[in-house]
Write a protein that binds this ligand. Structure first.
Ligand code: ADP
Length: 494
C-alpha cells in the first residue's frame, strides 16, 4: 500500500521540522515547499494527498486562498491550514472557505500526526461524497437528455411541488417558461396540490386529462438531486383513443341518443294524456304510478340531452352564440326553475349580484346551463341550509367576472375533488350517493366555461358544503370570444 504524501507549503522551518519528524514517524511521506504558486505546483507534481498551507505565507489574519490554490491544480487535495497561535479568526475563515482542518503553531510533534490522520480521513470522505454527487449529477443529466427527446410529456417537481424541469412535449402542452411554478396550478388549474401528490410520497401511477384535451397514464419515480433532496419525475403516456375509435364512439352515442328521444317523447306524451284523464278515470294508485313514470322519463330526457351535448362538444358541433350580456340577464333564464327546485326541498336560495359587476361577452343560454348545472347540484346535494349565488369583479388579468355558487350540503371528499370534472365521474360512497345524474354536468360546464376563456373550479369540505366558482373575461369593446366553437376535443368517452 502506498504511503500517504503530505506537503507543507510555507517558510517556517520549525513547523517544517516538526511535521517532518512526526509524519515520517507515522509512516507518511513528507515534502516542504514555498507557500506560493510554485510551491503548489511542486506539491501537485509530488502527488500529495494533503496540503498544509501556512497562513503566514499570505497576509497575517487572512484566510487561506482556497479557491486560488485549487485553481493552481490542487483540485483533489484536502487543505489543512497552519495558523499562528491563537489566530482563531483566520483559522475559522479558512474552514468557511473550504479548508478541512487547522493546526496552531507551535506545531507539537506528538499532537500533529493524529490530527493529520483525521484530516486525511475526512478528506477521503469528502472525496467519496463528491464522487457520488458527481455520479448523481451525471445520471440526472442523462435522464434529462433522454426525457428531452421523448414525444410524451415528462416533468420533474420538487418536494414543495415546484416545477424544476419540463421536457419539450410538456412545454408544448402547458407553455414555456413555467419552471418555478406550482405543478398543480400549471397542470391542473388547482390552488392546492392534487391527491396524487398529497397521498403518495413514493412512486405512483395515475390517469389525467391534460390541457390539450388528451388523456395520459402517468407513472412517477423518485430521484435524488446532487444536494440529496428527493424530487419526483413523472412521465405520461398518451392513452387517448385514436380518431377511428373515437368516431365509432361518437356515432354510436349520437345514434343511440337520438333514437331514444323519439320513444321517450311518446311515453311522456301518453303519460300526460292519461294523467289529464283523457284516457278515462284513474284511481289514486294509478295516478301515483304514472307520476313515477313521468319523473323517470324526465330524468331520462335530461340524461339524453346531456349525452347529446357532451357528444357535440367532442365532435366539434358545439357553437356559441356570443353577445354582450350581464350576469343578471343570464340568471334570469334559470332562476325561476332553481327557486322552485330549492323551495321544493325547503332550502333558501339567495342571489347577490352587485350593480357594478361589468358586462360579459358570452353565450347566455350556455352560461345559464353552467349555472343550472352547478346550482342544480348544490340543491341536489344539500338537505338543509342555503344556496348562495354571488357575482363579483376581479381586476386581475385584464378584468374577470367571477360567479360563485356556495352550498351548505354534504361536501365532496378530498380525494374526489380533482375528479368530479371528469366525464362520467360521480362520488359514489355510502350515503353520499344520489341516484340522479350521470356525471356529465360538470365536464360539460368546464368545457363551456373554457370555451369562453374562463376557468371553473371547486372548493369543498366533506360534511361542510361546497363552493363552485367560474370566471369569464369582462367585456371590452370590440371583443371576440377566444373560441366561438368548442372542440373537437380529443377526449374519448370512457
Ligand atoms: P351529476 O349529473 O352526477 O351530478 P356532475 O358532473 O354535475 O354530474 O357532478 C359530478 C359529481 O360531483 C356528482 O355526482 C357529485 O358526486 C359531485 N358533486 C357535484 N356538485 C356537488 C355539490 N354541490 N355537493 C356535493 N357533491 C357534488
Amino acid at each position: 500500500m502506498r504511503a500517504y504524501k503530505i506537503a507543507y507549503l510555507g517558510s517556517d522551518s520549525e513547523v517544517s521540522l516538526a511535521l517532518s519528524g512526526a509524519l515520517k514517524a507515522a509512516g507518511m511521506d513528507f515534502m516542504s515547499a514555498s507557500g506560493d504558486y510554485q510551491g503548489i505546483r511542486k506539491a501537485v507534481d509530488y502527488n500529495s494527498d494533503l496540503l498544509l498551507w501556512d497562513l503566514d505565507t499570505s497576509d497575517t489574519g487572512q484566510p487561506a486562498p482556497i479557491e486560488e490554490i485549487r485553481k493552481q491544480g490542487a483540485a483533489r487535495q484536502g487543505i489543512v491550514v497552519v495558523a499562528r497561535e491563537g489566530d482563531v479568526e483566520a483559522a475559522v475563515k479558512s474552514l468557511a472557505a473550504g479548508a478541512i482542518d487547522f493546526v496552531f503553531k507551535p506545531v507539537e510533534e506528538e499532537d500533529v500526526a493524529p490530527r493529520i490522520i483525521a484530516s486525511l480521513n475526512s478528506g477521503q470522505q469528502r472525496k467519496r461524497a463528491d464522487y457520488y454527487r458527481q455520479v448523481i449529477e451525471d445520471t440526472n443529466n442523462q435522464v434529462r437528455g433522454i426525457l428531452s427527446n421523448l414525444t410524451d410529456p415528462a416533468y420533474i417537481v420538487s418536494p414543495q411541488y415546484q416545477i424544476l424541469y419540463m421536457n419539450r412535449a410538456a412545454e408544448e402542452i402547458f407553455g414555456e417558461g413555467l419552471r418555478g411554478g406550482a405543478c398543480h396550478s400549471v397542470f391542473y388549474d388547482r390552488g392546492d396540490p392534487c391527491e396524487v401528490c398529497q397521498k403518495s410520497k413514493g412512486p405512483t401511477r395515475w390517469r389525467s386529462t391534460l390541457k390539450n384535451g388528451k388523456s395520459y397514464r402517468f407513472i412517477s419515480a423518485l430521484i435524488r438531486n446532487p444536494r440529496g433532496e428527493v424530487e419526483k419525475l413523472a412521465v405520461g403516456t398518451d392513452i387517448t383513443p385514436d380518431e377511428e375509435v373515437r368516431k365509432i364512439h361518437r356515432t354510436f352515442i349520437s345514434n343511440v341518443s337520438h333514437d331514444l328521444r323519439t320513444p321517450l317523447a311518446a311515453i311522456d306524451q301518453y303519460v300526460s294524456i292519461m294523467l289529464d284523464g283523457l284516457g278515462g278515470e284513474l284511481t289514486e294508485d294509478q295516478k301515483n304510478y304514472l307520476d313515477v313514470i313521468k319523473r323517470s322519463s324526465f330524468r331520462l330526457h335530461n340524461l339524453i340531452e346531456n349525452l347529446i351535448d357532451a357528444n357535440n362538444i367532442l365532435s366539434g358541433h358545439f357553437k356559441l352564440k356570443m353577445e354582450v350580456t350581464t350576469v343578471n340577464e343570464i340568471l334570469a333564464i334559470i332562476l325561476g326553475r332553481l327557486e322552485s327546485q330549492a323551495s321544493g326541498k325547503g332550502i333558501t336560495l339567495q342571489v347577490q349580484i352587485p350593480d357594478d359587476v361589468p358586462q360579459v361577452y358570452a353565450d347566455k343560454s350556455r352560461i345559464a346551463q353552467v349555472v343550472a348545472n352547478i346550482a342544480g347540484n348544490s340543491i341536489k346535494f344539500t338537505e338543509q341550509g342555503m344556496i348562495q349565488i354571488r357575482a363579483g369583479f376581479m381586476p386581475r388579468d385584464e378584468g374577470r367576472v367571477i360567479v360563485s355558487v356556495e352550498d351548505t350540503g354534504i361536501g365532496i371528499p378530498k380525494e374526489d375533488l380533482g375528479k368530479i370534472f371528469d366525464l362520467f365521474y360521480r362520488v359514489e360512497k355510502g350515503e353520499v350517493y344520489v341516484e340522479e345524474g350521470a356525471g356529465m354536468g360538470l365536464a360539460i360546464s368546464r368545457d363551456i366555461v373554457r370555451a369562453h376563456g374562463g376557468t371553473l373550479w371547486a372548493e369543498s369540505m366533506e360534511g361542510m358544503g361546497s363552493a363552485f366558482h367560474f370566471t369569464l373575461p369582462s367585456y371590452k369593446a370590440g371583443q371576440q370570444a377566444p373560441h366561438e366553437k368548442i372542440g373537437p376535443r380529443e377526449r374519448g368517452f370512457g
